[in-house]
Every structure is written in structure tokens, then in C-alpha cells.
Design a protein around this ligand. Structure first.
Ligand code: C2E
Ligand code: MG
Ligand code: MG
Ligand code: MG
Length: 286
């Protein structure tokens, strides 16, 4: 935490100011290193998509698969998408990477479709990608190239992306809706979108952030927030899904509250494309 490091540095004099400086240097160096390796990641085939199923627990059916990015690089070691996507946002590499993700996810959805699985694939869109005025063209091209029906693609965006530039966000969302692509608002409840604004947006789904799901059994505030999001979705005629469901207690709570779409380790962690296909085969054959 930079602020507390600064405070600590100030209150402890010269030697600690040096400590604070080193902290910044370490972070800058990390960003540089990660950025440099990331630049070559696509050419070197280091990126992979894994997929996490979304289930309707009433019908016990798979309603979609979310694509999540993984990066295998021995020099960097294990690194999470939250970290390298943030760096790619800063360096501008996120558009190229994002296009690869879109392409790869749509190709996979098409392969499942050819296996008679009409499963929408969800793709996380970064802030910078969403700001591109050409996003709908990119999406249209990828769909056409893969012969994928638009309703088999869902884009996951976050509340903050909607608030940065509301007018252009509405334009982009309308273009995507006209095309037939679905939109989910990811990490819902952690941003600050106004409810009246939400009503105006052509979105399909609210995804309850996993931080509210985590302590559902013990934290009455989290339970109240989850309940509120579920009723909000119902009243606005939106679908609602809970992410990060890990326990049967959480699942029971959500069922009682009227949220039947679930994603989380309880059902399955993200899996390789191959393992995902086996998972789908398995659940569909039953
Ligand atoms: P997200 O889209 O909200 O994805 C949910 C994250 O929660 C994923 O982490 C997933 O592996 C993890 N998760 C799933 N089930 C559970 C559970 O039951 N418990 C817990 N504790 N975690 C669970 P992951 O894969 O590390 O991704 C983190 C974030 O990175 C994503 O959050 C998304 O914002 C971003 N991200 C991942 N892939 C992409 C991508 O292709 N493009 C962009 N722009 N962002 C991506
Ligand atoms: Mg997501
Ligand atoms: Mg999320
Ligand atoms: Mg997230």
C-alpha cells in the first residue's frame, strides 16, 4: 500500500524513505519485466484459455462457459490474470491479447456447437478494450470468421467501465445488443452504478461478486447485499448469477433467495478446453 508506505516513510525519517523508494523500484521493475515477457507471449504460444462452467442448479444444466486467461512463462513463473491484465492495460498490450482471447473463445464455442452443444462462451473484456470504438466491428469479424451465432457469445464487463464514459458505453452496448451478443455485468456490487442508470442499459445479466458470496453464511451484510442484487435483477428483468460459490451452505442460501445460476469451485474450477469438453459430455449424457 503506497499511502501507508509513504506515511511510514515520513514518520520514520531518512532511512525509511529509502525503503519506500526501493518498494517503488521493485514494482516498476516487475512491471517492466512482466511487460517485456508479455510482449512475446502471443508469438511464443504461452497464452491459454481455461473454461469455468455456469450451471442452472434447478435443471442441472450447463448454461455457459466462461473463458479465463492463463499465461505460462518459466521466467516469470506463476502469475495471475489480475496482475498481468492490469500491466497489459497500462502498456497497451491488452487490446492485442484481448483480440486473441475473443478469437480463441469463439473458435472453441464453435467447436462445441459442432458437437451439438449450444453453449454461450463468456469473455472478459478489459476497460481499454471496451473503450475502443471499433469493438463491435472486431466482435462482428470474429463471429463471422468462426461462423458463430452472436447469441453464443457473452461479454463480461464491469460497472466501472460503464461509468468512465457513460455515453460511449451506451453506444457500444447498443451496437453489441443489435448484433445479438449478450452482456453480463461482472463483479456486480463492487462498483457504484446508479440504479436508474442501470435500467437504461441493454444488459442481460448481473453477476454477483464473489466477495459477497464468500461469507454469506456468517456475514448478515453480505447476505443482505446478495438478496438485494437478486431482487434488483428480478425487478429489472435481468438474469442473475452468483460467482465464487464454494460450499453447499452458500448454494442453499442462493437457492432460497431465488438465484439459480451458479458458478464456483463447488461445481468446478476452470478447466483446460479438453477437460471442459469431457465435463460437458459427462453432464449432458446423464
Ligand atoms: P472474474 O472474471 O471475476 O473471474 C472470476 C475469478 O474467480 C477467476 O479468477 C476464477 O478462477 C475465480 N474463481 C472461480 N470460482 C471461484 C471460487 O469458487 N472461489 C474463488 N475464490 N475464486 C473462484 P482468475 O482466473 O484468476 O481471473 C481473475 C480476473 O482476471 C477475472 O475475474 C477477470 O477480471 C480477469 N481475467 C481473466 N481472464 C481474462 C481475460 O481473458 N481478459 C480480461 N480482460 N480479463 C481477464
Ligand atoms: Mg468474469
Ligand atoms: Mg467476477
Ligand atoms: Mg474480477
Amino acid at each position: 500500500n503506497t499511502e501507508s508506505a509513504l506515511h511510514f516513510a515520513k514518520s520514520n525519517g531518512r532511512s525509511n524513505f529509502q525503503f519506500y523508494n526501493e518498494d517503488i523500484q521493485t514494482k516498476t521493475l516487475r512491471k517492466l519485466t512482466v511487460g517485456n515477457h508479455l510482449r512475446k507471449a502471443l508469438d511464443r504460444n504461452e497464452l491459454e484459455l481455461v473454461y469455468q462452467p455456469k450451471l442452472n442448479i434447478n435443471k442441472n444444466t450447463i448454461i455457459g462457459m466462461e473463458a479465463l486467461l492463463r499465461w505460462h512463462n518459466t521466467a516469470i513463473g506463476a502469475i495471475e490474470p489480475d496482475e498481468f491484465i492490469a500491466i497489459a492495460e497500462e502498456t497497451g498490450q491488452v487490446n492485442e491479447i484481448g483480440n486473441w482471447v475473443l478469437e480463441e473463445a469463439c473458435a472453441q464455442a464453435r467447436m462445441w456447437q459442432l458437437r451439438n452443444y449450444n453453449l454461450p462462451v463468456s469473455v472478459n473484456i478489459s476497460a481499454r478494450q471496451f473503450q475502443q470504438q471499433s469493438l463491435y466491428k472486431t466482435v462482428a469479424n470474429v463471429l463471422a470468421k468462426n461462423q458463430l451465432p452472436p447469441e453464443l457469445l457473452e461479454l463480461e464487463i464491469t460497472e466501472t467501465m460503464l461509468l468512465d464514459d457513460p455515453d460511449s458505453a451506451i453506444t457500444t452496448l447498443n451496437q453489441l445488443k443489435e448484433m445479438g451478443v449478450r452482456i453480463a455485468v461482472d463483479d456486480f456490487g463492487t462498483g457504484y452504478s446508479s440504479l436508474s442508470y442501470l435500467k437504461k442499459l441493454p444488459i442481460n445479466t448481473l453477476k454477483i461478486d464473489k466477495t459477497f458470496i464468500q461469507d454469506l453464511d456468517t456475514d448478515t451484510d453480505d447476505a443482505a447485499i446478495a438478496n438485494a442484487i437478486i431482487s434488483l435483477a428480478k425487478n429489472l428483468n435481468l438474469a442473475v448469477i452468483a460467482e465464487g460459490v464454494e460450499t453447499h451452505q452458500q448454494l442453499e442460501f442462493l437457492k432460497q433467495a431465488g438465484c439459480h445460476e451458479i458458478q464456483g469451485f463447488l461445481i468446478s474450477p476452470p478447466m483446460t478446453a479438453q477437460a471442459s469438453t469431457l465435463f460437458i459430455d459427462d453432464l449432458t449424457r446423464r
